[in-house]
Design a protein around this ligand. Structure first.
Ligand SMILES: Nc1nc2c(ncn2[C@@H]2O[C@H](COP(=O)(O)OP(=O)(O)O)[C@@H](O)[C@H]2O)c(=O)[nH]1
Ligand SMILES: [Mg+2]
Ligand SMILES: [Zn+2]
Length: 351
């Protein structure tokens, strides 16, 4: 697999419809500061930069190339490749960043599946699982739950019991890279041309699992050294890895917090037993907090839904709502200007 075909890199009809034949196409394998590693089908791996036009015409950094993107590019010589355009993304998996005022932070694009990895020890956390699930579902990406380090766990059923109501239709695979349990099941879920993102806290075993799946035969697509302008080696944070038997894996760095950018539909879908109840609430716009005739509250009181589940639902709905409000830069500005206007009016009235 020296020079992979476009299909094995994940190219399909969705991207073909956007093809501009005056350019080469390439998939972004990893991103560094102003520098990308890309694979051009049948040509190989290159370092690439973006054109000034792409940089200056982008409204936000989320529009710039991200790991997983398909791009239109031009090879000038083997050292100079310019990315002109990012093709429309089939899916985007993001989180709300903790540091930069809750902006959207793209983790990877054009993912077909998300493997949510939690280890069967103190890392296991049903509430965090709900977050990842809501985010995957609202991004239109199929989630799979991977319960790692199964060799350390004496009580698998106890763990499974805790997530019974959360998982709904989601596939759950207990796995161990020590005993190899579950590895074959995971392989069956990775189809040729599919891109799979691995997410989960640091230390749960994502990289070890990816190494096991690739059996070190993977094409070392990101195996170009990257140096920033001071000559320091920069960390490769996210990287696509091609499996020899088909399938593309994306490792992500561990995240201490995972803020969701999910939309309300995604939340409703991942909590569908609660949304189903909501249709029987007396008020259509019921918030399920204090309204009379609330079917969700009734179910909570009679014990048919758990308190944990109810609280997550309310919390994530609120978070999604807040994100969608904050996300519209314009709205934010309007709000600020509105505030300023009100303050000035007050000052004037006082005079
Ligand atoms: N007992 C056990 N340890 C594992 C397993 N998979 C990974 N580990 C260990 O967990 C630690 C973190 O693994 P790593 O793959 O770096 O986690 P990542 O941060 O999610 O990429 C390492 O010390 C691994 O050896 C497993 O299935 N069982
Ligand atoms: Mg890792
Ligand atoms: Zn209600």
């Amino acid at each position: 697999m020296e020079n992979p075909s476009k299909e094995s890199l994940g190219w399909n009809a969705f991207f073909e419809a956007q093809r501009n034949l005056s350019f080469d196409i390439a998939r972004v394998i990893s991103e560094h500061k102003n520098n990308y590693t890309i694979v051009i089908p049948s040509k190989g791996t290159f370092n690439a930069q973006i054109t000034g036009k792409l940089l200056f015409c982008s409204d936000s950094t989320t529009e710039l190339p991200k790991t997983g993107d398909w791009v239109h590019c031009t090879v000038f010589d083997n050292d100079t490749v310019f990315i002109h355009e990012v093709l429309e993304r089939k899916t985007v998996f993001s989180r709300k960043s903790v540091s930069s005022h809750g902006q959207e932070h793209v983790l990877g694009t054009n993912l077909d599946k998300i493997f949510i990895v939690q280890s069967l020890n103190e890392n296991f956390n049903p509430r965090r699982l709900e977050r990842y699930l809501a985010q995957a579902i609202s991004s239109g990406i199929t989630p799979v739950i991977i319960l790692s380090k199964a060799d350390l766990c004496q009580n698998l059923d106890g763990y499974l019991n805790q997530i019974k109501e959360i998982i709904q239709k989601t596939t759950v695979i207990p796995v161990s890279t020590v005993t190899s349990i579950g590895i074959e099941k995971i392989k069956l879920l990775i189809n040729t041309g599919e891109t799979i993102g691995f997410v989960g806290s640091s230390g749960v075993g994502k990289s070890t699992l990816i190494n096991t799946l690739t059996q070190k035969n993977a094409l070392k697509t990101g195996h170009v050294s990257h140096y920033d302008n001071k000559g320091r080696h920069t960390t490769v944070s996210r990287e696509l890895i091609l499996l020899p038997e088909g399938g593309i894996l994306m490792d992500t760095p561990g995240m201490r917090e995972f803020g969701i950018t999910a939309d309300e539909n995604g939340i409703e879908e991942s909590f569908h037993e609660l949304s189903a109840l909501a249709s029987s609430c007396r008020f259509q716009q019921c918030t399920h907090i204090h309204e009379p005739g609330c079917a969700v509250k009734e179910a909570l009181e009679d014990g048919s839904i758990s308190k944990h589940r109810y609280e997550s639902y309310i919390k994530l709905k609120r978070e999604a709502e807040r994100f969608s409000m904050n996300n519209f830069e314009k709205r934010k500005k309007d709000k600020k200007q509105g505030k300023l206007y009100k303050t000035m009016k007050k000052i004037k009235q006082k005079r």
